[in-house]
Design a protein around this ligand. Sequence first.
Ligand SMILES: [Zn+2]
Length: 266
Amino acid sequence: MKWILLACLSFVAISTVASDSRCIRQNGKCVDWRYNICPGGVARGMCSGDSNRRCCLYCSSTCEWSENNWDSCCDSRCKNAGGTCQVDSNYCSGTYSSGLCAGPSARKCCKSSSSGVCPLVPYVNTNIVGYNGLTIKIEPGFRSYMDQMNNWAISCSVTVYVTHAFRLDGQNLGNTVVPPATTSNHLVGHAIDMNLQTPSGWCNSKCLQGQKNSKANCFINKVRNGGLRWGGDFGTPDSVHIDDGLNRNNKSKWNNLYYLLQRVCK
Ligand SMILES: [Zn+2]
């Protein structure tokens, strides 16, 4: 049985390598094309996996030199328009325009459909406020959950003080945005960290985890039963954290939001 399993596993390994081989033979690399910009261009049909896995074609030292040169000397018309110059076989979430980039005609200006505008919105309500004057920023898809939380806060006589909402990843983004291994919902504006003001006093992480404050418990239980996740239930408890589980329920939406927000939101 063990042997059969091993044989199956090695077959899978060999077949994966085999279907990437056309790309590898040309010194290319199979990547998710949505998160990489390849100066040498991108080719489809040369990689295993779904249609987003494409061959990032080899870029020689001459190719690299040209790319850097064009980028530093002559791409300002595209950059000033909020775009990125790239070979047009690369992924572009918006549209390509000609005549704004240096180099061959296939090197075009990709302007995203959001045209560089950060879609995050500030949130404030009667019973949800930013701690220490923090502006709570969320992705619009998370707003209905915030409204629900506000209603639960009212019915449990607590005020939610948000200490943390959207977060930039902190990695050097440059031209390449690679989703991280840890897919925190803070990175897409679908999570908050909070403390609670309750009739019996302030409830911080220790108080929330201890679950001895009845009004705090009232709120947390509504969160848990209302389609949201409370961090106190996580394997490594994080009692100040609440999110909607987007990273688990809809990974491709999480990826798309990550890609957009981490680029255009500061
Ligand atoms: Zn958190």
